[in-house]
Write a protein that binds this ligand. Structure first.
Ligand code: SF4
Length: 359
């Protein structure tokens, strides 16, 4: 009988220990940066990041309509010096929001919880001083965790790094092929794309800016094997998007491009992904993930929906950010699923660190 009671006591202890573990795990998910937790914080959904220990909040359970724009893409210009056939942010206008207004809009976003800003276009380096001043403002005044730029690379000069490199966390360069004939076919430059890419990679490394690559997988490059060159370039991330058709941009009424000749099947995209899955920096993104997981601000600081139907919100210069955000189809859960929260500050190396891949 005594032996029987010992079994019950042991079971009780194991049960209690399991409950403590579960409670601690749940508590960890509710703590914001380890700070004092008030009632407001306890109602926020905390999303563990994909590869770092920080945690981010993307919406508030108490107010389901309140979505927090943690990471924002500001396509401040539509102008570009390249002519990619599948471009989905085309030069329909040359409008740019004046710098002081842009700062005002970004301050509103930061007040609502923006932590990361990505500057994109068009080609941002057509306006390199504007870009530099925004980077500086976001780091110095708004204290954002991360500021990044996506560029085709062709207009970047080292002078930019010397003046503004300290305010930039990540520079992403678009590269669709290391065969210049393919680049020309796509519309990416006139044959110097790869050489410039290598130079920029060196500048990033000497100015402590993370180097990232973006590739649009399309009809002309889906069969290529990028493995060796990507691991030698050692980007912090290599993002690969399936070419996307966007109403009024590269397909349909009033579009300036026709992406039909570039489209690939889901199976072709999956084959490309399988070929490159061994690279630790490889981050694939299907059409589904792209359509509703990004917050895009356009050149007039309106939120854009780039899904099957093109929609614009009112400008955040005219209305509250929350009101404008509700007018978009941004899906916080898809944002998290695609790994939208990741290590977006400057201090880490990546892809080529896998010794099996170095050559
Ligand atoms: S570099 Fe980018 S913005 Fe310029 S045409 Fe190509 S896809 Fe469009």
């Amino acid at each position: 009988m005594i032996e029987y009671w010992w079994h019950i006591a042991l079971l009780a202890i194991v049960f209690w220990a399991a409950k403590v573990c579960i409670y601690r795990t749940q508590t960890k998910l509710l703590v914001v940066n380890g700070a004092n937790q008030d009632e407001e914080d306890a109602n926020k959904v905390i999303i563990p990041s994909t590869n770092v220990s920080t945690e981010e909040t993307v919406f508030d359970l108490k107010k389901p309509d309140k979505r927090i724009p943690v990471s924002v893409n500001f396509h401040f210009t539509r102008k570009c010096n390249y002519e990619c056939g599948f471009c989905f942010h085309t030069a329909k206008t040359s409008h740019i929001t004046p710098l002081e207004d842009a700062k005002r809009g970004l301050k509103k976003m930061a007040d609502l919880g923006m932590k990361k800003l990505n500057l994109s276009g068009g080609e941002p380096f057509l306006y390199w001083k504007y870009v530099g001043e925004i980077c500086k403002y976001c780091k110095d005044v708004l204290k954002l965790e991360s500021v990044s730029i996506v560029s085709n690379g062709s207009l970047i000069k080292e002078r930019f790094f010397k003046l503004y490199g300290q305010y930039l966390d990540i520079l992403a360069i678009s590269v669709d092929s290391f065969d210049e004939e393919t680049n020309i076919k796509i519309g990416r430059g006139t044959g110097q794309h790869t050489a410039k890419l290598l130079t920029i990679s060196d500048w990033c490394s000497s100015h402590n800016v993370k180097f990232k690559l973006n590739t649009v997988v399309n009809r002309y490059n889906h069969a290529e094997d990028f493995g060796q060159i990507i691991s030698s370039l050692n980007p912090t991330r290599w993002k690969c998007f399936q070419v996307l058709s966007v109403d009024t941009e590269n397909t349909g009424h009033n579009s300036l491009r026709n992406c039909a000749e570039f489209l690939i099947s889901d199976e072709e995209f999956e084959n490309f992904c399988t070929r490159h899955a061994h690279l630790s920096c490889f981050v694939p993104e299907s059409n589904f993930m792209m359509k509703s997981s990004y917050i895009i601000l356009d050149e007039k600081m309106r939120f854009l929906n780039k899904g099957d139907v093109y929609k614009e919100s009112e400008s955040i210069l005219d209305v509250d950010v929350e009101q404008a955000l509700i007018e978009t189809d941004w899906e916080p859960d898809v944002f998290v699923k695609r790994g939208g929260v990741y290590d977006w500050t400057v201090d880490k190396p990546a892809c080529g660190d896998d010794p099996a891949l170095q050559w």
